[in-house]
Each structure stands twice: as structure tokens, then as C-alpha cells.
Design a protein around this ligand. Sequence first.
Ligand SMILES: C[S@@+](CC[C@H](N)C(=O)[O-])C[C@H]1O[C@@H](n2cnc3c(N)ncnc32)[C@H](O)[C@@H]1O
Length: 214
Amino acid sequence: MRMRRKKHREERMEACSELLIPDILEYKDDLGAVFGDDKPLYIEIGCGKGKFITETAMNNPDVNFIAIEKISDVIVLALEKVKAAGLTNVKFVRGDANLLGEFETRSKCDRIYINFCDPWKKSGYAKRRLTHANFLEKYKGILKPGGEIHFKTDNQALFEFSLNSFSDYGLRLKNITLDLHNSGFEGNVMTEYETNFSSQGMPIYRCEAIYPAK
Ligand SMILES: C[S@@+](CC[C@H](N)C(=O)[O-])C[C@H]1O[C@@H](n2cnc3c(N)ncnc32)[C@H](O)[C@@H]1O
């Protein structure tokens, strides 16, 4: 996502500092301590401008959320959305999804959302796709046994790659749709990219991939 540098970005981030986790690796052994309660924890990777995390957190006050985003000019907009909504069940990590590989013990997270991640079309870049086996291995360290990935994309080739990747890695697939908005699926929360793609008439692909329970 290419963005012009946001004016007063660091001051604006500072104004939302209570929502930022400065060093998530401090919670490497006890991710639950981020919120200090026993609610389920869902993580969104690449939250962009934060529409999805804000609305999903509003709809699910009994769930805690951590949103990870690597681009500062983007995460600042997500932080401001969550702050404006007055939500206390969302925290942010400014950083790269690769850091999830540092969580060696199977931790507290129940679900990971990956929405409209970069397709990295050239096959030489396949390892950068957030659904590549290398990332699935990293997510294993942070997910509970039986934890889930909920994945959406507009990109058919990425979807096919991801289904194969999930399956080859040994994840169980469910709720697969090649046209989410005409599938009867209830409770879908649209992301910024999804709103844009669907307004152009493009189908949205979605699936859930479940890690083994043991
Ligand atoms: C195509 S945008 C989609 C944004 C949002 N999920 C949506 O659907 O509107 C992908 C986002 O993921 C972020 N991203 C990509 N790779 C990432 C990574 N490895 N770690 C953290 N964020 C990443 C990008 O900075 C960008 O904001």
C-alpha cells in the first residue's frame, strides 16, 4: 500500500499510545497478559486503515483483538479509528508479521485474520505471501491447538495458492466460497480493500483453515 507520509504522524501516534504495544515480544510467553483477562484473542495481520478491526471489535466486545501493521502511515489511521470508537478491546503492533515466528510456545490466540494480503504475483516472491508454509509455521507458535486462520482475497491465483498451502501444511479447510457476497455467509465485515474491489463487481474469495487440535 503506497501512502503519502502523514502530517504530524508521530504526534498522532503518540496521541494513541495507549493502544500501541511497544514490544510484543515482552509477551512472548504469555500473550494473554496484553489484556490481563481470559477473553478469546483474535489477531489481524495487515490491518491497513483499520475498518475491519474497528467494526469487528465493536461487534464482539467479549473478544480481545491485536492488529499488526507494518506501515506507520497506515497504522496511524487505524489507531485513530479505534480511539474514536472508544474501544478497549483492541491493541496494535507496529511491525512485521514475521515477528510472530518468535512465539515458540503455543500461545493464547484463537484466530488469525488475513484480509487482502499482497499477492506477490511473481513466483520468486511466493515466500512473502502471508499464506506461505513458512508463515503457517510461524502462526503455529502463537495459535492455540485448533486455532483458525480466516482468509479473504480478491485474487484468484493467491486463493488457489493459499488453499494448496493450507492443505499441504495439514490444515483442515471449511466454509470455502468463491463468491463471498453471494454465498449467504452472515456477519461479514468488509475491509477497505474489499469495499473497493466489490464496488468494481469483483468476487471475493474466502475460507477458514483450522490447525490440528493437538
Ligand atoms: C493490500 S493491504 C490490505 C489492507 C486491509 N487488510 C484491507 O483489506 O483493506 C495489505 C496490508 O497489509 C500490510 N502488510 C503486508 N505485509 C505485512 C507484513 N508482513 N506484516 C504486517 N503488515 C503487512 C500492508 O502494509 C498493507 O497495509
